[in-house]
Design a protein around this ligand. Structure first.
Ligand SMILES: [Zn+2]
Length: 109
């Protein structure tokens, strides 16, 4: 049994939270989603080449990988191109790295 207010767990046979005075429930409702799909993103690649970014985007879109380029739209111009870091979800990082290796953007180990 659980208190829906303080989330304390009580043994069977009790029906009210001694702290809150509310009726216990058999199970707590699922935790509400925190934030809008918070996930860990990791950097797998970085480039100064705008053409690389466009190409990688088209490939990752086709692979249904969630990604974003950090710094892509910054005004920091280095060597004629913006420095951008490719970030993907941690669980898709390995797959993305393999794709980038196949395309020649990353060295194979
Ligand atoms: Zn309680």
């Amino acid at each position: 049994m659980f208190c829906p207010k303080c989330k304390s767990e009580y043994r069977e046979g009790l029906y009210q939270c001694s702290d809150c005075g509310v009726d216990l429930v058999a199970s707590l409702p699922p935790e509400p989603e925190t934030g809008v799909g918070y996930v860990d993103f990791v950097e797998v690649f970085s480039t100064y080449q705008q053409s690389d970014i466009a190409f990688i985007k088209s490939v990752l879109d086709g692979e249904d990988i969630t990604y974003y380029f950090e710094g892509e739209n910054s005004n920091l111009m280095v060597g004629g191109g913006a420095y951008a870091r490719l970030l993907v979800k941690a669980e898709e990082a390995q797959r993305t790295i393999e794709i980038l290796q196949d395309m020649g953007f990353l060295e194979k180990n």
